[in-house]
Design a protein around this ligand. Structure first.
Ligand code: DGP
Length: 120
């Protein structure tokens, strides 16, 4: 797989401070912020600070420290959000996954029953 990263994507601009965001958590390797178009009472995006375009790119090439930092951010976001009754983590990937922003991000959705995984 040829993972091409476009550094003009909107999340790269957020990481460079060119566009504001509503940060909920940050560490050396990851940033978490509220989705601008929330689809549930909890809708937080967790992104790595490194230049990875997708989950499979991140899983294949991120360092152990980057991967640990990313999952520490997931842990923190879940601990500080209303997701004790459950949540959904989604990583839309490339065209068939309907990925709009080509910087790896995990959606954390919760705060209400979310229904079936896919609309048929
Ligand atoms: P997707 O790439 O399809 O997994 O979803 C991208 C998500 O990013 C979508 O739910 C809306 C959100 N989004 C797009 N632009 C911005 C932005 O400028 N700020 C924030 N906070 N979220 C954004």
């Amino acid at each position: 797989m040829d993972f091409h990263y476009d550094d003009q994507n909107i999340f790269a601009k957020i990481l460079r401070g060119e566009i504001p965001n509503s940060t909920v958590y940050e560490n050396d390797h990851a940033l978490a912020f509220h989705d601008i178009q929330p689809q549930a009472p909890v809708h937080i995006l967790v992104i790595p600070k490194g230049a990875y375009m997708s989950l499979d790119h991140f899983a294949a090439h991120a360092t152990p420290a980057e991967q640990a930092g990313f999952f520490a951010a997931i842990t923190a976001v879940c601990a500080m959000s209303d997701v004790g009754s459950g949540f959904r983590a989604i990583a839309n990937t490339r065209a068939h996954g309907a990925q709009e922003v080509p910087h790896f991000h995990m959606h954390i959705l919760g705060g209400r029953p979310l229904g079936p995984m896919l609309a048929m």
